[in-house]
Design a protein around this ligand. Structure first.
Ligand SMILES: C[S@@+](CC[C@H](N)C(=O)[O-])C[C@H]1O[C@@H](n2cnc3c(N)ncnc32)[C@H](O)[C@@H]1O
Length: 348
């Protein structure tokens, strides 16, 4: 939520004069945000500021209750109020209006359901060391949840893909690319636009491919990257936001299979959040640990540091591991590695 403590509030929290109420009310804030987006509050305020009565009439909802919701949203930083009229804050306009190119609205159901279904299982996941309800099994039986999850990942990818595509070193003469767990396919599409001779195969679970991008040089392939044959003869492999959902053993095995699937001198790109190259600050660290906990309880995975990823890549036979942080790609950094070229002597 776009909410910041002032100096006195920060001191009160630091000295524990007040209990950490946002731990409880953070959940309420998520549900208020979801309700507002679903009721159409943000879209209705996109054109012009409105009073609570005007907004309630436009949405056909109760005016008194609307006032309560609007004041809550203003308190959280999603709305501003002046002269009794509410208008969108920059954050609400960018992220929570449906027409915005960076809209996260279609992904809100995913977070709402995660908060209600997955996160209550943290205690059991910590007792047992593994997720209680594996997330992808849940998606398989729930098309609406699957659509919302794909919409969330696609919204982030849409924002990051052009910068990521500029940072991926595609070998000259490259023809074939494999996008592992590529889902919506938007990272592939951004690379296809820059490299007209390239063709891409996106391998993902059937439910994810329902929303895959349409491109004449992109082939969606339903299957499991853990179990099915991945093919061979690729020049580029993308592994974006996938290894954080895998155990160390699964990651090591997948990287070895991808090294074998690539041509000599081929490029593998891991795109993910790296735990050791973070913006400094307690809030960023806390967010990273929450993300780690989310991966544990949802998919049995974890956040890895770039050094850890580099070690896994080298152990799988990759070379020249480099780290890249594309500007305009705030949540996806890259580890780029190559398979040895045919003439290069083998190194451990
Ligand atoms: C976090 S999403 C990342 C999607 C996309 N690569 C991106 O970065 O936006 C992880 C993807 O891996 C897919 N996935 C998970 N397990 C899989 C498996 N065993 N085989 C194929 N795809 C899988 C999911 O369906 C999902 O689309």
């Amino acid at each position: 939520m776009p909410l910041f403590y002032n100096v006195i509030e920060a001191a009160a929290h630091r000295l524990s004069i007040v209990p950490p109420m946002f731990d409880y009310f953070g959940a309420l804030a998520l549900h208020a945000l979801v309700a507002a987006a679903r009721l159409g509050v943000f879209d209705a305020l996109r054109e012009r500021p409105l009073t609570e009565r005007e907004l309630a009439a436009a949405l056909g909802v109760d005016p008194v209750a609307t006032g309560v919701l609007l004041r809550t949203l203003a308190g959280l930083g999603y709305l501003r109020v002046r002269g009794g009229r509410y208008r969108l804050s920059r954050a609400a306009r960018l992220w929570f209006t449906t027409g915005s190119p960076t809209s996260l609205v279609a992904g809100l159901e995913f977070w709402e359901r995660t908060a209600c279904v997955i996160w209550p299982e943290i205690e059991r996941a910590v007792r047992g060391g593994a997720p209680v309800t594996p997330f992808y099994a849940l998606l398989e039986g729930d098309p609406a949840l699957s659509r919302s999850f794909q919409a969330w990942t696609a919204a982030l990818a849409r924002r990051q893909a052009p910068a990521v595509a500029r940072a991926v070193p595609v070998p000259s003469g490259a023809r074939r690319m494999l996008d592992v767990g590529g889902g919506h396919g938007l990272f592939s599409v951004a690379l296809l636009r820059r490299h007209p001779a390239l063709r891409a195969t996106v391998i993902d679970l059937p439910q994810a491919l329902r929303a895959a991008a349409d491109h004449p040089r992109l082939t969606p392939r339903a299957g499991s990257f853990l179990e099915d044959d991945l093919g061979d003869g690729y020049d580029v492999v993308l592994l974006f936001n996938v290894v954080h959902g895998l155990t160390d053993d699964e990651t090591a095995a997948l990287l070895r299979r991808l090294a074998a699937a690539l041509n000599p001198g081929g490029t593998l790109v891991v795109g993910d959040q790296f735990g050791d190259s973070l913006m400094p600050g307690r809030a960023s660290r806390a967010l990273l640990h929450l993300l780690d906990l989310n991966y544990l309880v949802a998919v049995g995975g974890k956040v890895r540091g770039r050094r850890e990823i580099a070690a896994l890549l080298r152990a799988a036979g990759f070379r020249d591991v480099r780290h890249r942080r594309p500007l305009r790609s705030p949540v996806t950094e890259l580890a780029v590695a190559r398979t040895p070229s045919r003439s290069a002597p083998r190194r451990a």
